[in-house]
Every structure is written in structure tokens, then in C-alpha cells.
Design a protein around this ligand. Structure first.
Ligand SMILES: *Cc1c(COP(=O)(O)O)cnc(C)c1O
Length: 357
């Protein structure tokens, strides 16, 4: 078995869900589990999410996967349906839809026999999905005219909630909260960053994804700073070790040249696993026997090279790519990306090992 493994810690996930629910106070947590639970594996993580009151996914395929795995809680399609024929499936599977434009409203209007729960999405400044704030009153009136729909409320999404020095979220919140809410409707706005940083935006339902998996959306901070625990550790092993003399080269394009004599380890980790290829030689560190060592040369499809310098290590020694004592947020920054992509872009090739505590 190839020794690259995603270790998924269910106790960390359970802790994060409970901790985020505490932070959310009276707001209810919608556990966002799209994109295969941000690469963690839906099937692997579900046993730790039995306490979640509701789930959010990007599309009906993801919702059906959850239902097939026995999820009974409400599931919201965060982008709604992509075609009107999906509405029948939403009724059958009791899925909640987001309605973000006139086209989706018209699809609902054409099917008065379909009784569904729905959120009306407002664009408060993200300019991606939703009725613009200036169209909100009209959209709400059109929604209310659809008597077969159980409207849960208004939803919106923040563009800059992860940036402490940016007050754009305040402008967005001012726009959103100024919209007159029909009686019985709720508000739903906060992603992970807003849940952690902007308590006044918690409203009725919060939608954390990243934080649930024990990653911080705020640059320069780690999950531990927010009382969260990393759910995934990406772990590999040393496949072989050689000594390079000063001046010898390694890897495709001879992209690494030893400036002095030292040891080079080859590990199982590549872009075929979803690890970023476009990293600077020497910029990204992995942990071996408690020490950090740089990835050097080019990341290949199946393997990467680690410069051990004068240190000793053995074939078969464990390599922590990120997680467990080696924060994914730091590795993401070294790789010139964000923690979201480090886990979500992993392919199905790394094996999964589920642990509990
Ligand atoms: C993905 C997503 C979220 C979760 O965002 P995080 O930053 O991962 O917490 C919340 N709301 C919507 C609409 C999303 O698409």
C-alpha cells in the first residue's frame, strides 16, 4: 500500500462542531459539507456529525450522497437547483433550496404542486449569487406570492469576512440587515470567518465549512488560535534516502542543486494526489521525526524530494505533510495558497484512515 494517508480524526471534528455551536450561541449551525467535506471524505466524517442540526451542500448530487448515507437532517442546496427537473427530487428527498435569481423563482412558480422549503438569497456585495439589495423588496414580494413554498428567510454571503482590517463586511451587513424581514423569516449570513470574527452577524443560522474541519480562514492564524482542532493529518513515508555531494542535482529540470554535501529523502507525495506542483523549491516544509525540512526541486506526479541536510533519517520514517503539530495554515502560506485548497484539492488517491481521539 502506498504510504500516503489522510488521517481523519473524528474526535477533533466532534469537538469543532460543538465548539462552533457554542460560539454561535442561539444561532443554529448548518454544517457545510460540500466538495466531499472539503476533501476529508463525506463518508469518513459523517459519523462525527450526527449532532449537526442541518447540512449545507453545493448541489443535488452531494445532497443525494448524504441521503444515501442515511442523513435525516435538513440539507440545503447552497446554489439551489441547476435545472427545473431537479425540483421533483428536492421534494422527494426533502431538500431545502436557495433561490438566487428570477429564473429559479419562475421554476418554482411553474410547479405549484411542489411543496419545498427555501431561502431567498440576497447579494449584499459579493456579486456572485443572489438578488441585489435594491431588488430585494420586489423579490421578497414575488417569493411571498408563491404560497406552496415555505420561506425560511433571507441568506447572504460575505466577501471579506476573513480580513480583520477590511470593513466591507460591515457594509454588507448594513445592507442585508436593513432589508425588511417578513414575519417568521430568518436571516442566515455567516461563513466560518464571520462566525469566528463577527458575532453581530450570527443571526439565526450560521454556515461554517472550513472551521468545522479545524482550519482557520484568517491569514496568519491557525485553528488552535480559535480553539479548533485539525481534523486531517496528511501523512507519508520516506521511500529512499541518498547522499548528494555538493554540486549534484536532483529531480526534473535539475531544479535542485545541493550547495553542500547532505542527504536527500524521496517521499510519496505528488500532484497526482492533489498536492500543489507550483511551489518554490525550499519554501514548503514537512515534518520528519519532529523536525521541519524543506521540499526541494519539483513536485512530480507521485513523489517529492526533501532536503535533510546533515540530519539522519531512515527509510520508512513518517513524514507529516500537514496536520498533527504542523499547521495546514502555515503549509498553505508556504505553498502560496489557502488552507481551503490544501485539503479540498486532494484527489481520491491518498488512502483514508479514520481515528477517534
Ligand atoms: C462554502 C460556503 C460556506 C462555507 O464557507 P467557509 O468559509 O468554508 O466557512 C458558506 N456559505 C456558502 C454559500 C458557501 O458556498
Amino acid at each position: 500500500m502506498r504510504p500516503l494517508v489522510k488521517v481523519i480524526d473524528l474526535s477533533a471534528l466532534r469537538h469543532n462542531l460543538a465548539h462552533l455551536q457554542t460560539i454561535a450561541g442561539n444561532a443554529q449551525v448548518m454544517a457545510v459539507i460540500k466538495a466531499n467535506a472539503y476533501g476529508h471524505g463525506v463518508e469518513a466524517v459523517l459519523p462525527a456529525l450526527s449532532e449537526a442540526k442541518q447540512f449545507g451542500v453545493a448541489c443535488i448530487e452531494e445532497a443525494l450522497e448524504l441521503r444515501a448515507l442515511g442523513v435525516k437532517q435538513p440539507i440545503t442546496l447552497l446554489e439551489g437547483v441547476f435545472s427545473p427537473d431537479e425540483l421533483a427530487v428536492c421534494v422527494r428527498e426533502a431538500l431545502t433550496v436557495i433561490v438566487h435569481n428570477q429564473t429559479q423563482l419562475a421554476w418554482l412558480a411553474e410547479q405549484p404542486q411542489y411543496h419545498l422549503s427555501a431561502w431567498l438569497k440576497i447579494d449584499s456585495g459579493m456579486s456572485r449569487l443572489g438578488f441585489q439589495a435594491r431588488e430585494a423588496a420586489e423579490a421578497i414580494a414575488a417569493a411571498q406570492a408563491l404560497k406552496h413554498i415555505d420561506w425560511l428567510g433571507l441568506a447572504t454571503h460575505f466577501a471579506c469576512a476573513d480580513e480583520p482590517d477590511n470593513d466591507y463586511s460591515e457594509q454588507q451587513w448594513a445592507q442585508f440587515s436593513a432589508i425588511a424581514l417578513p414575519s417568521g423569516w430568518q436571516r442566515c449570513a455567516a461563513n466560518s470567518a464571520a462566525l469566528l470574527r463577527l458575532p453581530h452577524t450570527h443571526a439565526d443560522v450560521v454556515r461554517p465549512g472550513l472551521a468545522l474541519y479545524g482550519m482557520s480562514p484568517m491569514a496568519g492564524t491557525t485553528a488552535a488560535d480559535h480553539g479548533l482542532r485539525a481534523v486531517m493529518t496528511l501523512r507519508s513515508k520516506i521511500l529512499t534516502i541518498r547522499t548528494l555531494q555538493a554540486g549534484e542535482y536532483a529531480g526534473y529540470g535539475c531544479a535542485f542543486r545541493a550547495s553542500k554535501t547532505g542527504r536527500l529523502a524521496t517521499i510519496a507525495l505528488g500532484y497526482g494526489d492533489g498536492f500543489p506542483r507550483k511551489i518554490t523549491s525550499g519554501a514548503v516544509f514537512v515534518r520528519i521525526n519532529g523536525q521541519l525540512y524543506p521540499l526541494v526541486g519539483r513536485v512530480t506526479m507521485d513523489m517529492a524530494l526533501v532536503w535533510l541536510g546533515e540530519d539522519q533519517a531512515a527509510v520508512g520514517d513518517e513524514v507529516v505533510i500537514f496536520g498533527d503539530g504542523h499547521a495546514v495554515e502555515a503549509v498553505a502560506e508556504q505553498a502560496g495558497t489557502i488552507p481551503y485548497t490544501m485539503t479540498t484539492m486532494l484527489t481520491s488517491r491518498p488512502h483514508t484512515e479514520v481515528v477517534d481521539g
